[in-house]
Design a protein around this ligand. Structure first.
Ligand code: XMP
Length: 315
């Protein structure tokens, strides 16, 4: 049985030894990085420098909320808007593994630059067990390169510290609750962000569409859970497909994108079952997405596959 209190005590003690100088943390605002930041903050205080990168592939209002969270925890932080840089690096790139590697490498280069400027030797990352298990290695096949593993360049100039490496998501949440972090119940959001929810090229225009669709899915599902119509899924979002289909707007032919809605139940992300969402909720999601983006989206589908054979994300 996992004991969060014991884990915190032991990890903080270990970090005090493992990180004798200034450290940098990539702060995404998700449960993993928030727990990591809080633990390292307990161990080394202001020696920790948090960096939040706005990649341009964040959810609606995400970076603003992350700023608030960093202020609230009292972290010493840098906020870097690198969206133009990420968009141009992914221009013309369609292959999912290439996208992941480019994003991972960009993140690391940004962190390396801050580390150099601030004379930091340690990089703290919120990698959890499924990230490295699924990224392959000597004993396992690569299923997908999670950005915080597959994107690492060969010769890193900073030393990696990964305090959550042996934990599964449910255990990270237990630690978050023990640390009284409000983000403890937030659904996971992948490091490469919305870029891997746009199948094919992740252009700014497509990003805007999937951002809006994800926001609608989140709001509709959260409201439905509040009203008691359905249970909270483990993760729920929208994916933009790289195909267009024919539809009708008024009495005119339309030709627009397809949005896939995904909602899953899981315990540790290693397996998942698709959520059986009530029809009325699906109806509302579909209507709102097609109404709010009339010119761009004219079809919404629901993903009814489990993991395996699928994965949670589409890329
Ligand atoms: P998959 O798609 O591999 O996702 O079944 C399992 C869980 O991991 C999240 N995910 C990621 N998280 N970096 C992350 O930090 C990544 O590169 C990444 N890829 C997927 C996914 O959202 C799900 O919760």
């Amino acid at each position: 049985m996992f004991n969060a209190e014991k884990f915190i005590d032991e990890t903080v003690a270990k970090l005090k030894e493992e990180v004798p100088g200034k450290a940098l943390i990539a702060f995404s605002g998700g449960v993993d990085s928030a727990v990591c930041a809080a633990l390292v903050n307990k161990a080394i205080g202001k020696q920790l420098v948090a960096v939040h990168v706005d990649t341009g592939y964040m959810r609606k209002d995400e970076s603003r909320n992350v700023k608030k969270l960093m202020d609230k925890i009292g972290l010493n932080y840098h906020f870097i808007d690198a969206s133009k840089d990420f968009y141009s690096a992914l221009k013309g790139v369609e292959d999912p593994e290439k996208k992941r590697k480019i994003i991972g490498e960009k993140f690391i280069r940004i962190f390396e630059k801050v580390a150099e400027e601030e004379n930091i030797k340690y990089l703290v990352q919120g990698t959890i067990a499924p990230d490295w298990i699924e990224s392959g290695g000597e004993l396992r096949d690569t299923i997908k390169s999670h950005h915080n593993v597959g994107g690492l360049p060969e010769e890193m100039k900073v030393e990696l510290v990964e305090p959550l490496r042996d934990l599964y998501k449910d255990e990270v949440r237990k630690v978050a609750r023990e640390l009284k972090l409000q983000v403890s119940e937030r659904q996971p959001f992948p490091g490469p962000g919305l870029a891997i929810r746009i199948i094919g090229e992740a252009t700014p225009e497509r990003t805007q569409i999937v951002r809006e669709a994800c926001d609608i899915v989140e709001k509709e599902i959260e409201e439905s859970v509040e009203k008691g119509i359905m249970e909270m899924p483990w993760q729920y979002f929208a994916v933009l497909l790289p195909i267009k289909s024919v539809g009708v707007q008024g009495d005119k032919r339309a030709y627009g994108y397809v949005i896939a809605v995904r909602a899953v139940h899981s315990i540790d992300a290693m397996t998942c079952a698709y959520s059986k969402i009530p029809d009325e909720v699906i109806d509302r999601i579909s209507t709102r997405i097609t109404n709010s983006m009339k010119e761009k989206v004219n079809r919404v589908v629901y993903d009814v596959t489990n993991k395996p054979p699928s994965t949670v994300e589409w890329e």
